[in-house]
Design a protein. Structure first.
Length: 211
């Protein structure tokens, strides 16, 4: 394991190496890299002027994306979900950040994502109905709010739609259950209508069987 001095030198070299990438990729890697070992290629952040200014750059780069998210509907507190393709993120870190990140651990990030898909599918096989966390950034499989725990997964909304479609599930909106196709047609609006967990490490959404 590297000592503090070696780690600091590796971190500085990593920062220098990043400078050759587009600015939006530099920002995405800087924000997201701390979550990658949990299989995540995103970060949830409060409203940030620097990110807002770069919104068009995030949207025009095929490797990155940005979505508006909501921390409080009543107080109109919003923020951003900054996203990067997982294979692109891991590729950059493997090339530019060895010494900061362990190659074996980075290789395992994809497995964490696959495990999240399997775990979520298994939950639906058990007939679960109710709130879950998506875009989870921590290594726990639950998010606790006011003493109540909810299942949480390192999955995007689009990935969750695929699992729901395969398992005969939909998304509960009040007394109505929307199909995965209906949600897919309005991903940005659905995501903004959801609420970020108070711990800022997941976005809540409600699922239910279609039948």
């Amino acid at each position: 394991m590297p000592n503090n001095e070696a780690l600091m030198a590796a971190a500085q070299q990593f920062a220098n190496n990043l400078s050759k990438y587009p600015e939006e990729e530099q920002m995405a890697v800087s924000l997201i890299s701390k979550n990658v070992l949990n299989g995540c290629s995103w970060e949830l952040t409060r409203n940030n002027g620097d990110i807002r200014k770069m919104r068009d750059s995030f949207l025009s780069n095929p490797n990155t994306d940005i979505k508006e998210i909501t921390y409080s509907h009543s107080k109109k507190i919003t923020g951003f979900l900054v996203y990067m393709k997982l294979d692109r993120l891991i590729g950059i870190l493997q090339k530019e950040a060895l010494g900061v990140f362990d190659k074996k651990a980075l290789d395992g990030a994809m497995n964490h994502r696959r495990e999240a898909v399997a775990s979520c599918a298994k939950l639906m096989d058990k007939g679960y109905k109710g709130r879950i966390g998506m875009f989870c950034t921590n290594d726990s499989k639950t998010i606790t709010v006011d003493g109540r725990s909810y299942p949480a997964f390192a999955l995007t909304l689009d990935e969750l739609c695929s699992i729901c479609a395969n398992k005969g599930y939909g998304f509960a909106v009040g007394s109505t259950v929307r199909t995965p196709d209906e949600v897919r047609a309005h991903l940005d609006a659905v995501l903004k209508a959801c609420i970020v967990a108070p711990s800022s490490n997941a976005v809540f959404i409600d699922i239910a069987p279609m039948r």
